[in-house]
Every structure is written in structure tokens, then in C-alpha cells.
Design a protein around this ligand. Sequence first.
Ligand code: AMP
Length: 217
Amino acid sequence: MANIILMGPPGAGKGTQAKRIVDAFKLPHISTGDMFREAISQGTPLGLQAKAIIERGDLVPDELTIGLVKERLSRDDCAEGFLLDGFPRTIPQAEALKVLGPEIGRAIDLVIDISVPDEELVRRIAGRRVCPKCGASYHITDMKPKKEGICDRCGAELIQRKDDNAESLKVRLDNYYKQTAPLIDFYEKEGLYHHFDGMVGADNLFKEIQTLLEASK
Ligand code: AMP
């Protein structure tokens, strides 16, 4: 299977598609956001450093993030492919991965980018609820859980992320356009880039992504 990067602005549907991709293709799901949230909830030194940065919507410094991903990608479960969700988010991170990947036998095969207009991102983030245990995402009107407030996958109580508020979202979107959007050009030049329209609905989007992944098996 392939070594995949999933990218897109906050609210594009990365988390939802990531869950479907890793279930269908049996890949480890490497979400730097989930790893940071886990570190925060466990109160590790990394979590303590990252907490305030994440809550205000800023990016965690590259050295910390790259170190975290390097350790995670080196593990045995990534030998047959993986899905990186939310990394890289800056050009220095992408440059580091370009060197690190081949060094540890984990070169990137393809990049999936999901785009959605800003007004829709704002609407989606305002109504987003997440499972703190398994990371599944829901929406209060568009993607309701079967039982209100409870995760369909693992039964935990759903929460609203601390950074899912209007103020932090503004910072996150700003960071996205300034720091992450330049990766589109970077990966186009590498010949790895695949664009998807995030407005076609979660099921249709997954079908399109699945077709690409089946073809590159
Ligand atoms: P996410 O769950 O992907 O939306 O990530 C939540 C937050 O974690 C982001 O807003 C950043 O503060 C931080 N974060 C996640 N991935 C990265 C990354 N690759 N580089 C820097 N910060 C990150």
C-alpha cells in the first residue's frame, strides 16, 4: 500500500476521510493533531509545550513536530504504508520529510488535498463535535451521531474542541493560507499532488479517493 499525505484547511473533512481510508486500506493513521491532543491530555512535557499554542490556533514549532513524526514513522507498523493527516503543514516540515522519508524507507507516494470554500469551513467548524477517545468527527446538523452526544464508534461522550471557536479558527485559517497552502505548489512540482473538491459530500469524496488509491496499489 502507499505512503500518503492528506492535506486541506481545518474543516475540509480530513479527519472523516482519514478514518475511512485507514479502515478500508488497513493503514496506520498518523494525525499530528491527535498526537498533540493525546500528549496534552496525558500532561507530558510535549503536551505542556503545545497546549496554549494549539488552543489559540497557532502551529506547534517545526522542530517539535518533525521530531514527533520522525519517531512515529520509524515504527514497524508504517513499513507497509501509512496515512499522514495534518503533517506536513509548513515548507520546512515538507523539506524535512523529503529527506527523512527515503532515509527510513518511507518516501511519500501521493498527496491528497481537499479544498472547501472559507464560509463553509467556518460553518463546519462551528458545528463540529469530536470524540476525545477515538478522534471521530461529527456535525450537529450534517453528520449527527446515532445517539445525541455519543460517539458511534466507541461510545465516548462527544466534545467541542477548544480550538473550534471563531477566534482560533481565524488564526488557523490564516496560518493555513500563509504556511500550508504553499505545499500545493511544492507537491505539484514533486509530481505527487492530487486535488479533490471537498463539497461533493463525504460519501462521494471517499469514492473518488478510493478510486485513486485502488489505482495506485
Ligand atoms: P488538527 O487536529 O490537524 O486540526 O491539529 C490541531 C492543532 O495541532 C493545529 O491547529 C496545530 O496547532 C497543531 N498541529 C497539528 N499538526 C501540526 C503540524 N504538522 N505542525 C504544526 N502544528 C500542528
